[in-house]
Design a binder for this molecule. Structure first.
Ligand code: PLP
Length: 451
């Protein structure tokens, strides 16, 4: 028999042990578990080790040092969780081990991308003929969309960027929210733009662009706005900004790493009104869609702009109607990420996905209310799943001491952040695992840590 049943039975048991530990184990690993990782740092192996021994070591030494970031009591950053269906499809994807770059290396992979793209565009009310690339994360999704934008603008000015290069290219202006996620700056850096070249435009107290204070735009502008501020969760005024940009032919890109999904929510979908007017969107699947890492989508209204920027073959335009996955991403060979996206969407359906999002937002609202009853001030308008908080006495050093005690206690984890120039704390609820019982435990952990 070809299949190593013993090895995979062990992995099954190890996976069970890991997930069943979400309720009792510390959310962050102990110092001892982290120190034990040194065991991996052995001299370069010259002789072989049985596969079972390798995997046993991975589990026995590696698992205790894993941060339970996909569990229900990890509220730092915006990290999502992993739906069982997507976890299982990810295992199947690895079993198939197909290169998703070319359709002939995995016809199903290309089909899963095509179908997922169709469903997502429909769910989010985006133009049905948009292009979509399946990439590692929102950083790369931003890079892909912004590179496509630059390609298109250069073409509109009669310049072939891929042929003639950057040196003599038309000048492109980047206008970005002052509160844009820093990874957009990184994406622009990869493209050759410097931080000082970005025109940062002022934001209000929730981190939304103040439309009246935006600079004059022109057809050589790329405007980067947000669906879901990393701290407050706020949404930019898509309609007003897109109207301003459309009037002069500027390109609008929406960083919707998590908030880009908001339209699937029945209760909060209106926050996404006007998002469909933009030209491109970057959205993580490993955040609110709860598929395993790494997974994100880059979407461009102008599908040809993506192909012109990224297709590896000169004859990039789709001639026979078949999707060629590498036409829409910076990579050629890659994992078939579309499979997990398809599995999660098929399992949840738009309604189930919307309910999952609303549940996390309701949890955030509840927790904000509970915090405000025990001596905290909520610093943002809790519109979705993000809560920024400080102490009522504004003693940020004491806040840090309390939250560090919470973190080291291992019952819950909240991340520090900077908001309105202060060092405060942020909670993000983006895992489908979080339950009311998790919130109760987390709240008690904070109460116990207060001096
Ligand atoms: C608003 C926003 N944009 C971009 C990113 C970067 O996403 P990724 O880490 O998936 O590249 C994040 C990550 O938290 C984010 O919240």
């Amino acid at each position: 028999m070809r299949f190593d049943e013993k090895l995979f039975s062990y992995v099954l048991e190890a996976s069970k042990e890991f997930e069943n530990g979400f309720d009792g184990n510390p959310v962050v690993p102990t110092a001892e578990a982290i120190a034990n990782l040194k065991q991996f740092d052995e001299p370069t192996p010259t002789t072989s080790t049985p596969a079972m021994d390798v995997i046993k070591m991975l589990h026995e030494v590696g698992t205790p040092a894993a941060t339970l970031s996909r569990s229900g009591r990890f509220f730092g950053f915006v990290v999502g969780g992993s739906l069982p269906v997507a976890h299982a499809s990810s295992w199947m994807t690895t079993t198939w081990d197909q290169n998703c770059g070319l359709a002939m290396l995995g016809y199903a992979n290309a089909m899963f991308e095509e179908v997922s793209a169709k469903w997502i565009l429909d769910m989010l009310d985006l133009p049905a003929d948009s292009g979509m690339g399946f990439v590692t994360g929102a950083t790369m999704a931003g890079f892909t969309a912004l590179s496509s934008a630059r390609q298109k603008i250069c073409k509109d000015f009669g310049y072939d960027l891929r042929k003639s290069g950057l040196r003599n290219a038309p000048e492109i202006r980047i206008i970005a929210s002052e509160d844009i996620h820093t990874t957009n700056v990184a994406a622009l850096n990869y493209m050759g733009f410097g931080r000082d070249e970005i025109e940062f435009t002022p934001v209000d107290e929730e981190g939304r662009i103040i439309v009246d204070q935006m600079p004059e735009l022109g057809p050589n502008c790329i405007v980067i706005i947000q669906a879901g501020n990393i701290n407050s969760g706020a949404f930019d005024d898509f309609k007003a900004i897109c109207a301003k940009a459309k009037a002069v032919g500027a390109w609008v890109h929406v960083d919707g790493a998590f908030g880009g999904w908001i339209k699937v929510s029945k209760a909060r979908g209106h926050f996404g009104d006007g998002m469909e007017l933009a030209d491109s969107w970057s959205i993580d699947c490993h955040k609110w869609l709860n598929v395993p890492y790494d997974s994100a989508i880059s979407i461009c209204r102008d599908r040809n702009a993506m192909m012109e920027a990224f297709a590896i073959n000169a004859s990039y335009l789709e001639s026979d109607g078949d999707r060629m996955p590498n036409n829409f991403t910076p990579e050629l060979s890659r994992r078939a990420r579309g499979i997990d996206v398809w599995a999660a969407l098929k399992h949840l359906g738009k309604d189930g996905f919307g309910k999952m999002i609303d549940r996390t937002c309701d949890h955030a609202t509840w927790f904000a209310g509970a915090l405000s009853k025990i001596g905290f001030t909520i610093m943002n308008d809790v519109v979705i799943n993000q809560v920024v908080f400080c102490l009522v006495d504004n003693d940020d050093a004491r806040l840090a001491r309390i939250m560090e005690r919470v973190a080291s206690g291992g019952r819950a984890w909240f991340g520090p952040t900077t908001w309105h120039g202060r060092s405060v704390y942020r909670m993000s609820i983006s895992s489908h695992e979080t339950t009311q019982a998790d919130l109760d435990v987390a709240l008690q952990a904070i109460k116990d840590a207060m001096d």
